[in-house]
Design a protein. Structure first.
Length: 113
């Protein structure tokens, strides 16, 4: 793979991660770097699975010099959604999650005692 291929993979991975965050409803509490890593991983995993199942070139689209496949793109975004959801579930805690109702109740209970 040439340098342009790696650069393209990184840019496509960032785009896939962003699309995965946009598709997943609600607020995600993961950073930009985690989104980028998940996107690159999802892009690679989606491409490998598409080639393994032999659906890599079933719906190609060409626009100027760009070429992509809708089925592979859907697989990649699906993997990115799963990755973003898993990362969000792993990083969500009561302290970081802002469980305001729990904190308000416990603060009121202490004030009354």
């Amino acid at each position: 793979m040439l340098v342009g291929g790696y650069l393209g993979a990184v840019l496509i991975g960032a785009l896939i991660g962003l699309l995965g965050r946009l598709v997943l409803p609600g607020r995600q509490r993961i950073g930009v770097f985690a989104t980028f890593v998940i996107g690159v991983g999802a892009a690679v995993l989606g491409t490998v699975v598409a080639r393994w199942v032999d659906i890599a070139d079933d719906a190609p689209v060409r626009l100027w010099v760009l070429r992509w496949d809708w089925i592979v793109l859907a697989l990649q975004v699906g993997f990115a959604v799963v990755g973003v959801a898993a990362a969000n579930a792993l990083t969500f805690t009561r302290l970081a999650g802002g469980d305001e109702e729990h904190r308000r109740r416990s603060a009121r209970g202490k004030a009354r005692s």
